[in-house]
Write a protein that binds this ligand. Structure first.
Ligand SMILES: Nc1ncnc2c1ncn2[C@@H]1O[C@H](COP(=O)(O)OP(=O)(O)O)[C@@H](O)[C@H]1O
Ligand SMILES: [Mg+2]
Length: 254
């Protein structure tokens, strides 16, 4: 089943064409890698999918509905979670509070509920707390739940960013460079986590420069170069594609 359709997306910044007529599908539940040299347009495409930028041309169709033009929070509520290339944590809040606040991106409570603090609201609060703890457990962050986000090492901050995104119960998770800056054992652990996230039925679209991680993790890969889709296919095909080797991979994996 096709979960997300990118159709003829074009984005121009000033005179620079960041994306030119890019089209591809993301199927449920696959792990799709989006790779390409710096400046290829990968983050721009993530920004367009999640509503931070608008496309100058083309359509984004998620669960059979056009989402281009919707606000960031509406897109998040429709089931798209993301982590950014730069960490965006509440550094002065605890690990637990960071994940707990992630729920509000999906479940907007009416104001009266908060004002009167009904038993319904209280129950919801208990459920959210329980769920936040489950997510922390899943991401191996439970022992750090009372630490300030600012005090976590880099790798754990990336895990926390994913935990926050999971709290919004996404159908599609956009991961922008989740293992960049991690040591090999942190990278391995994160790859394993991403596999497990997919096993829970969540579709993953991932941008990452770590070619080993990408090749071992992804079902399919889309290659962008200078805003144009060069090729898409399974990792084995991508590794051998002459255009990809020339534009991007060099001698890294061959
Ligand atoms: N907000 C912006 N304003 C102007 N130019 C931008 C903006 N965001 C990205 N670009 C440009 O668009 C191109 C694609 O950038 P980006 O999507 O960040 O690439 P990638 O994530 O593949 O490295 C680059 O040339 C970049 O300088
Ligand atoms: Mg980028």
């Amino acid at each position: 089943m096709v979960l997300l359709k990118i159709r003829n997306v074009t984005k121009i910044f000033g005179g620079l064409i960041a994306l030119r007529d890019v089209s591809f599908d993301v199927n449920k539940p696959e792990i799709l890698g989006l790779i390409g040299p710096n400046g290829a347009g990968k983050s721009t495409l993530f920004n367009i999918i999640s509503g931070f930028h608008s496309a100058d041309k083309g359509k984004i169709i998620f669960k059979d509905e056009e989402i281009n033009g919707l606000r960031v929070d509406q897109i998040a509520s429709s089931g798209i979670g993301r982590i950014f290339q730069e960490p965006t944590l509440f550094m002065q809040e605890s690990v637990f509070e960071n994940v707990f606040s992630g729920f509000h991106r999906r479940y907007r409570e009416p104001v009266w509920k908060a004002v009167f603090y009904t038993s319904g609201a209280r129950e919801e609060e208990v459920t959210k707390k329980k769920r936040a703890l489950e997510i922390l457990e899943f991401m191996d962050l439970i022992s750090a739940r009372d630490e300030l986000a600012a005090n976590l090492p880099h790798g754990r901050q990336r895990a926390l960013a994913i935990a926050i995104a999971l709290a919004s119960e996404p159908d599609l998770l956009l991961l922008d460079e989740p293992v960049t800056g991690m040591n090999p054992s942190e990278t391995m652990a994160m790859i394993e986590k991403i596999r497990r996230i997919r096993e829970t039925g969540i579709t993953v679209l991932i941008v990452e420069h770590d070619m080993r991680a990408i090749m071992s993790l992804c079902d399919r890969i889309v290659v962008l170069s200078l805003g144009i889709k060069l090729v898409e296919g399974p990792p084995d095909k991508i590794k051998e594609d002459e255009r990809v080797i020339e534009a991007y991979l060099g001698k890294q994996v061959v």
